[in-house]
Design a protein around this ligand. Sequence first.
Ligand code: ADP
Length: 608
Amino acid sequence: MKTYLRILKYLLPYRRIVLILIFSMLLYVVLNIFSIALIVPLVDVIFTDISAAPSTGEFDLKKGNLKDQLMGWLYHTLSKYPKQDALLYVCLFIAVGFLLKNLTSYWQMYLNAALEQGMLRDLRNQIHRHLHQLSLHFFMARKKGHLISLMMNDVRLITESVMALLGMFFRDPPTVIVSTIILFVFNWKLTLTILLITPAMGFIIGKIADKLKKYSTRFQEKMSEITSLVDESISGVRVIKAFKMEKHEIEKFENQTNKLYKIFVKLLRIRSISSPLSEYFGILIAVVVLWFGGMGIINKTSPMSAGQFIFYLTILVSMLQPIKMITQVFNTVKEGIAAGERVFAILDIKPRVLDTPDAIEIKDFSNSIVFENVSFKYDTTDLVLKNINLKINKGEIVAIVGPSGSGKSTLVDLVPRFYDPVEGSIKIDNIDLRKVKQESLRDLMGIVTQETILFNDTVAANIGFGMVNAQMEKIIEAAKIANAHNFIENLEHGYFTIIGDRGVKLSGGERQRIAIARAVLKNPPILILDEATSALDPESEMLVQEALERLMQKRTSIVIAHRFSTIQNANKIVVMEKGEIVQIGTFNTLLSQEGLFKRLYELQFRML
Ligand code: ADP
């Protein structure tokens, strides 16, 4: 219930549309009953003898019951005219009544769409905005496919349930209530009989609805799994091919789609039985009414005229659809609540790395970055950084080396504050990073990682990524410094060539050089570099290395080093092992000591 109230809050920005919708739905209900009610005078006044009219025609609430008064008034009014004229008026009434009814229905559909799509847009935007506020912790712990499914499917389930509820709430329950009152007014005994036989049918339909819900939840879960699978098998296509896992992936996928198929067929089997069954139950009720009501008319014991009886029957049959809708919507709302719970679980996660209200904007980097007794752990791990103390002065090149898993990437991820330390602090120009505005901090940094993510856009846009209105000359200049200009010129549309998702149309070296050009263009005072471990061909290697050296000039660089030239040129080499700094020094001093660096150097660097 609480979840649903929270979902309904998304209607608030659209309250005007909601009010218009409610008004037009109520109008629809009135017009609907009104247009059916016209049948009574049609049958009684025009096609039968007017003497059968039950009242004198004076509309007076004190005399007789409401039905007789109302009918009497209608009969009387119509019987004042010759039959042809009366028929004409009835026809005109019907034409206008149905015109209005259908106009409101058109108008409702259109407003419904505006409301539903508006809510969908708002929810998606909110989740997307929220995702971008969350720190990397969040993404590490989740499957991308599930997030995609959340934004595409769950959000849709929520809005569908709200729309169904809204469409139903002001139309169907009032229709059912008003219709039931009318049925009671016309023939309370018959109506009571019907009410007594419906619960049994309701029970059977309820059981079917339960099953329906079970299978629709399973269907959603399977859809989310398949979204995940599609994502993984497409993003991992390179690895899949390399390991010849295509067959395995295909089998895995087909296994899942087959399960989805079975669930859906079952779902539809249940859904398909529910509609004919409820219709048949409705008809059974109508048959009972026809029998008892008809007998009453034949034996002249019924309180209703023939026209009234047809009216009664029509109202009864027209109630079936709204009743069906109410039960259906009840199920949709249940599904909406389940989806809402999944969405709100994500929306309620508080970003761990947050700007404090009084966060400082830093304009430049003038002195140093200092790690003071920094320790860090991921949610699922023990400490991966232990008591790190390190000073990086402006203008230095600091190379970080160490065996894989020793904490190098984690250490550099703390500098742009992708994570906060669990103990100790990192200070930039003597200000704790937690007191600095994240945006202003990251403005000072250029990050070139091994995973050079390129977006599915033009080369120029990829180089200019993150820069609003980057000028073309500057982009070209940056590409030249990054040794990328020549190969870009040779691409089909030069700087306007679209590169595929993650840049699959480019070679590894080319991708790296575009990522370097991006950093050159940004021209940040601090550079964070994760040198690629994958070997490039000698020519690419030379071009990339040259580009990197130019990029590092006149900057402060923190480099996870894999190249010999980098460690040789570094002002400081930081050697890490199992989350700790075990040695710090220049190339020559470290090489003259016995220790991890010397061993690593012999294993890793001397060969290069
Ligand atoms: P390196 O860059 O030196 O290879 P990392 O900083 O990547 O080392 O990893 C240090 C340790 O932290 C490793 O034990 C690794 O398994 C763990 N680790 C890295 N990233 C995560 C993460 N997102 N969640 C949990 N553990 C992680």
